[in-house]
Design a protein around this ligand. Sequence first.
Ligand SMILES: NC(=O)NCCC[C@H](N)C(=O)O
Length: 261
Amino acid sequence: MPTTSRIALVRRPSPRVAEGLVENSERVPVDAALALEQWHAYVRTLVAEGWETVEVPASDAHPDGVFVEDTVVMFRGVAVVTRPARPSRRGEEEATARVLADLGCATAAVRAPGTLEGGDVLKVGDTVYVGRSARTDASGVAQLRAVLAPLGATVVAVPVTRVLHLKTAVTALPDGTAIGYEPFVDEPRLFDRFLPVPEPHGAAVVDLGGGRLLLSAAAPRTADLLADLGWTPVPVDIGEFEKLEGCVTCLSVRVRELVAR
Ligand SMILES: NC(=O)NCCC[C@H](N)C(=O)O
């Protein structure tokens, strides 16, 4: 039987974080020391919100390693270890896989030549939306479907052409409503309920539990909108990671279920 858990995997930024990939926006210089400070504050926020953080051992050789979400997809206590698309990100997934195996998770893996990144995977109940993006190809989508369908998921593929990952543009509220910044969303009609938010950085929220939502400090109008709808926004400043096209979801992997061994 799965038991509920409130573990969040995180990964300390590499000293080379400023060399991280930027493919969909202008490159802006990143301050590695400030990025590290912001990462510590992000981790402190998770802990203050009642999450136990587990660090994936840092990899100095991977500038984008801090974006740990991209290396695995969790569903019902099963870890689907991804296969990042870009050569500079290959291998990031190995340490994540080891940590999850140590936590007792069954693991599956996306096989070459397919690619899949966790930032493209949005879970809403039993529905798993997966972005078919520059980073996740048709084989990655099909492999995810093959692993998750037997576990009870309906895997819905979503075209993503305007941003890096699906979750750059769309995430979900705890009641299952998809929220997104419409100019970034190819097909809002694919979601059962879709609420547009007023700011690009407001598209990404992390459900912390108890109606509390982690979101970027760069989205104050979205925070007001969500508060007005009865949620409690918890803002964090992740400005240095946003310069690298990261968002609040990508800095952690929430493990909500563990299967007892
Ligand atoms: N899940 C995410 O939002 N990941 C962000 C990854 C950013 C990184 N610079 C990349 O381009 O791969």
